[in-house]
Design a protein around this ligand. Structure first.
Ligand code: PMT
Length: 411
């Protein structure tokens, strides 16, 4: 993670949090040493539970030295039960992180097994759960694993990763555990409540539609999921949110003021009326760059073999708002199919934005998940995801809060 001093800001919400780190058997277990260091450095109290398989990859002594506490290993340990017993331990954490979460462990969680300390704690605890899967790419892609994940997601577990790349077994593909800094950032994003208290956000979402005639239009594949996730999470973080939405099939999140629009011009008009009352503007919408110059009043008949339409440029909404003298913190998105970070940074500069989330258009449109790179300043950058859009939305809001703090150094 490249960082211009924002790592501590991003992880600030972890101060005084109680985190139970559950480690299962996998080569990525060695990364938990650094994860523990990062969580502790951010002020979290970390207790470690290891399955027998995890102890084959890294010693409990190492984890004890890094966490500063005895590592919990056995369900039926007389000494441990005399100290913090397993039910007490289940009640202790604000968050349980399982990293690495092996395919076998996910399967045992799904079936509600309680044959070892970690599965028992997960059954007995009410704490939110973050899973950082790590396994061979074929195991990850297997339908059984995907079914297990979808059940765990439905039960409210947060899934961080995995990443793609070369694996210890020699394969290449999805299944690498996320880097410790990425897991720590995902954990921090779960504690954003109150982080945006008193702030007003305007968020655009979804596509715009530009009419060709009364029955046809130009548009794109944006589902609105990313913008709606940000709106819902921003409300949870204490913000007042105006959502300016193109046509999508999503329910408006609770306590969000939604203005429905169709065209880019309507979106611009709605944004202009909202922006003066905003502390932050977030442009998630996939605005159609062009509209038809002469929209027909009647349905075009298929009489000719070819049809020519003249397209004219739509207004650049975020560019227009960012050029104003009095402007809120300006946050943009860029969905690209190649040179994602380079094109994203070009847009950050060209549109005069404070923060931009560059993402892969082929993977993000209409998906439940997103993998993005946050870009700010001359060289600030941070990888987010791959993870569910709600989880990544919280990480994005954490970065937005950090940018607000950075813009008010004396506050
Ligand atoms: O809706 P989902 O299915 O969840 O998908 C999410 C998403 C892919 C739409 C989202 O993650 C995303 O990347 N949105 C930006 C899409 C895009 O490629 O925008 P752009 O590169 O055309 O524009 C860059 C920025 O300028 C964006 O903040 C955009 O909102 C803004 N813009 C663009 C054109 C325009 N005329 N006016 C604008 O304000």
């Amino acid at each position: 993670m490249k960082d211009d001093g924002n790592e501590s800001a991003t992880l600030a919400t972890l101060a005084n949090k109680r985190i139970l780190l559950g480690m299962t058997g996998g080569i990525a277990a060695y990364k938990c040493a650094e994860l523990t260091r990062l969580l502790s450095k951010a002020g979290a109290d970390v207790r470690v539970v290891m399955t027998p398989a995890a102890t084959e990859f890294i010693t409990p002594l190492t984890m004890q030295a890094l966490s500063g506490h005895r590592v919990h290993l056995d369900l039926l340990d007389v000494d441990a039960e005399a100290g913090m017993g397993h039910i007490e331990l289940a009640r202790w954490p604000d968050l349980i992180v399982v990293a690495p979460a092996s395919a076998d462990f996910l399967a045992r969680m799904v079936s509600g097994q309680a044959g070892d300390l970690l599965t028992t704690l997960l059954l007995a605890s009410q704490a939110p759960v973050m899973l950082a899967p790590a396994m061979n790419q074929a195991m990850w892609l297997h339908q059984a694993t995907q079914d297990n994940l979808s059940k765990l997601r439905d039960r409210g577990c947060h899934i961080a990763g995995p990443a793609e790349g070369s694996q210890a077994c020699g394969d290449t593909g999805p299944g690498r555990m996320l880097e410790p800094a990425e897991i720590a950032a995902a954990c921090a994003s779960l504690f954003v409540a109150g982080m945006l208290s008193g702030l007003r956000l305007t968020i655009t979402a979804g596509p715009t539609r530009e009419a060709i005639d009364p029955v046809r239009f130009i548009s794109n594949h944006s589902s609105g999921k990313m913008g709606y996730a940000l709106a819902a999470e921003a409300v949870q973080a204490g913000a007042r949110v105006t959502l300016i939405s193109g046509p999508v099939n999503l329910p408006v999140p609770d306590r969000v003021h939604c203005i429905n629009v169709t065209t880019a011009q309507e979106m611009l008009d709605a944004c202009l009326s909202s922006v003066d009352d905003s502390d932050v503007f977030v442009g998630v919408a996939a605005v159609a760059d062009y509209r038809v110059s002469d929209t027909r009043d009647h349905k075009i008949k298929k009489t000719a073999d070819t049809l020519q339409l003249t397209l004219v440029r739509n207004p650049d909404i975020i560019g227009t708002l960012a050029a104003r003298k009095q402007r809120p913190l300006m946050v943009g998105f860029a969905a690209e199919t190649q040179h994602i970070e380079q094109y994203g940074r070009d847009k950050l500069l060209r549109k005069n934005l404070d923060l931009l989330f560059a993402n892969d258009a082929t993977a993000t449109f209409n998906s439940d998940d997103i993998c993005a790179t946050a870009l700010w300043g001359d060289a600030g950058s941070q990888k987010l995801g791959p993870a569910n859009k709600n989880l990544v939305a919280r990480q994005m809001l954490t970065l937005i809060a950090a940018r607000i703090r950075a813009s008010q150094p004396d506050a």
